[in-house]
Design a protein around this ligand. Structure first.
Ligand code: UT7
Length: 292
């Protein structure tokens, strides 16, 4: 499609394969599949869920939201349902909102889904983006617990750098469909600096050090960014969950997909301390220090 090579993509990004959604699939249909698997893993029924949050910036509809569609597809009646748009950091933002809803007593079982189809948003002739993004969805369910769960959270944004990574929404009557734009090397530099601060701050908030961590579960944009964050924490790469090689950058889906891989492969075990982190367009970033 574009002038590139497997060698360039592997060396500069760490990506070897990606998954592309079928034409009939949407953020909601993929999200519903992920949510079904999360319900099974949690031994819960769809009717146990009182809140559905979908982190996405590629919803097929502004409304009904992908969260409402997911609720419909799962047969969840009367739950609060809404989307969160924070690009690749969407899952971390959704986690923060879910946590607050549970703490306040407003919700008891919150389904959070990260689902994105950014492969469709990339210009097929732009080699700087078309090689990066894959489609996917991941989900988890949060509820109150005395023994496990959230230790510390952080979420923030820099609203003055939005032009470095943007995805315009097509306007009715417009002649051209606008594509995703990314000034990759600028985003790269900011991501490395911000993520180093973010992980340090989150551990401090949780009164922990990197030595307390069992696994880093990072956003999967670039293996060099992931490795830089691991180095900052003096973590061995064996303590980092990497799915980028098989999935590419799946935006809001990447952290829950990595979490799923870590748990289902048996690497992450009950009681492990995990640091989830993400960085994306906006710029937005967020983290969760969690005892699984
Ligand atoms: O998930 C949300 C946040 N996103 C990110 O965190 C992504 C951050 N950015 C990145 O991961 C990296 O910047 C990229 C993988 C996108 C690009 O890697 P880079 O090492 O920063 O490359 P670059 O943009 O500085 O480009 C270096 C060269 C350029 O050629 P010249 O000007 O040196 O001749 C590009 O034109 O690589 C060229 N290039 C390519 N060559 C082959 C750019 N894309 C490609 C390509 N194949 N696909």
């Amino acid at each position: 499609m574009v002038e590139t090579s497997d060698e360039w993509i592997t060396e500069r990004t760490g990506i070897k394969e990606r998954r592309i959604a079928a034409p009939e699939e949407t953020a909601a249909t993929m999200g519903a599949q992920a949510a079904k698997q999360a319900l099974e893993a949690a031994s819960l029924q769809a009717t146990d869920i009182d809140t559905v949050i979908c982190a996405t910036t590629s919803s097929a509809y502004a409304f009904p939201s992908s969260a409402c569609e997911i609720a419909r597809l799962l047969g969840i009646e009367r739950a609060m349902a809404f989307d969160v748009a924070a690009a690749c950091a969407g899952f971390s933002y959704a986690y923060s909102v879910a946590h607050s809803l549970i703490l306040s007593g407003q919700s008891s079982k919150v389904l959070i889904v990260g689902s994105d189809l950014l492969s469709r948003a990339c210009d097929p002739t732009d080699r700087t983006t078309i090689i990066l993004f894959g489609d996917g969805a991941g989900a988890c369910i949060l509820g109150a617990s005395d023994t496990q769960g959230t230790i510390a959270l952080h979420a923030s944004a820099d609203p003055f750098s939005g032009d470095l990574l943007s995805l315009p929404i097509p306007q009715r009557g417009a002649i051209e469909t606008p594509w995703l734009y990314m000034k990759g090397n600028e985003v790269f530099k900011r991501a490395v600096v911000v993520l180093a601060e973010l992980v340090t701050k989150t551990l401090e908030k949780g009164q922990m050090t990197a030595a307390d961590l069992d696994y880093l579960v990072p956003h999967q944009a670039n293996l060099r960014i992931i490795a830089a964050t691991a180095r900052k924490l003096h973590l061995d790469m064996a303590q980092v969950i990497v799915t980028l090689d098989k999935q590419g950058n799946t935006s809001a889906a990447s952290v829950p997909l990595a979490l799923d891989e870590g748990i289902r492969s048996g690497r992450i075990k009950r009681g492990d301390v995990l640091l989830l982190e993400s960085f994306g367009g906006g710029f937005t970033w967020g983290s969760a220090l969690v005892r699984y």
